[in-house]
Design a protein around this ligand. Structure first.
Ligand code: ADP
Length: 336
């Protein structure tokens, strides 16, 4: 019977076309009181990876006409190659491109460093990896120094950074199919020496796609931060993104939403003009039951420093305060 169960488990395939027996995930198979107990040991703690595995094992055992009840016990082991201790993984997402997602990811990361945290930033925006530019990193000169196959991130302004842009030349499109994207992302997450981090900020591509699904399947995300302008078109796409994160099988909690480019302030008239519309994001957040994390004005300095590769929070006190409040709100939401 044990052999039969083993054969069934050999049909459960995980990454790289290997099955769970040859990958060494199966530690022991027991029969107690007419019940099969399977002990597994794996390093990936993502909840729904475990659930999927349990489903696949049960299915495979039934397919072999083994009719005993099955109990699966999973122990989480740490990877001996690297011991990343990442306390909080937070993804920054938007519906549309160009709403300031990367600018916000950059300045939240630097703000958290200023607050005394250890911070990493993973730029997964395959359509426009702009983090290297925003951190003044010359992609051409990047050497990720593979040490026993483990990548070492580049540190800029105190933030440890890995970008999908490091794998392409400046001005070159990244044209990868889904499986390639998933492979690279997996390397970023599991084969990178992040060291101990309080926060890993992930800059996602806009919309809903392969990267989002892979990420949600690979790791346990503590929370998603949505970014939008108050424009109707931007909010309609955010609505779709939120729908994706709320699908039960890939669920990730949304910590809240940030309104970017809320208003333009005229120093002359002291008036605020609401270029993308007024209160759009606040109203939307109420409707969608989302926490409103804060608003950032449209400011020429934000664009200018961004282009110079200097995070604006290091230069402008008002903007620094805005990002401090937003970061504190994010931390509060995490503890809810
Ligand atoms: P996304 O990541 O959503 O595509 P980016 O962060 O790349 O957007 O921002 C798009 C452009 O808008 C960049 O040139 C950036 O400097 C500028 N930008 C972002 N937020 C602001 C802001 N609050 N005020 C002025 N310019 C901004």
């Amino acid at each position: 019977m044990k052999k039969k169960v083993e054969k069934a488990l050999e049909n459960v395939i995980i990454i790289d076309n290997r099955n769970i027996v040859e990958s060494g995930w199966v530690k022991k198979i027991d029969f107690i009181n007419n019940e099969i107990i399977i002990y597994l040991s794996l390093s990936n703690p993502a909840m729904h990876i475990k659930n999927k595995l349990i489903r696949n094992i049960s299915h495979s055992i039934k397919n072999k006409n083994i009719l005993y009840p099955v109990r699966i016990k999973i122990e989480i082991k740490s990877d001996p190659k690297i011991k990343p201790v990442i306390k909080n993984i937070i993804a920054i997402a938007s519906g549309k491109g160009g709403v300031g997602k990367s600018t916000i990811a950059t300045n939240i990361a630097v703000t958290l460093v200023q607050m005394g945290f250890h911070v990493g930033l993973l730029d997964a925006d395959i359509y426009g990896p702009s983090i290297p530019l925003m951190f003044h990193i010359n992609e051409e000169s990047v050497n990720l120094q593979h040490k026993n196959g483990i990548m070492i991130p580049i540190t800029s302004y105190g933030v440890k950074i890995i970008s999908i842009g490091f794998f392409s030349h400046h001005g070159e499109a990244i044209v990868w199919r889904g499986p390639m994207v998933t492979k690279v992302l997996r390397q970023f997450l599991h084969e990178t020496n992040w060291g101990e981090l309080d926060f890993l900020i992930v800059d996602l591509p806009p919309g809903t796609g392969d990267i989002h699904l892979s990420l949600l399947e690979e790791i346990t995300i503590k929370g998603i931060v949505m970014v939008s302008t108050s424009q109707k078109i931007a909010l309609s796409d955010v609505h779709r993104s939120i729908g994706m994160f709320r699908i039960r099988s890939i669920y990730a909690p949304i910590l809240g939403i940030i309104e970017n480019m809320s208003y333009v302030f005229s120093k002359k008239t002291k008036d605020k003009s609401y270029f993308f519309g007024k209160n759009g994001v606040i109203d939307f957040s109420k409707k969608m039951n989302l926490f409103f994390l804060g608003e950032i004005p449209m400011l020429q300095e934000i664009r200018e420093y961004s282009d110079l590769g200097i995070p604006v929070v290091l230069k402008n006190k008002d903007v620094q305060n805005i990002f401090r409040n937003i970061s504190k709100n994010i931390i509060n939401q995490l503890s809810q």
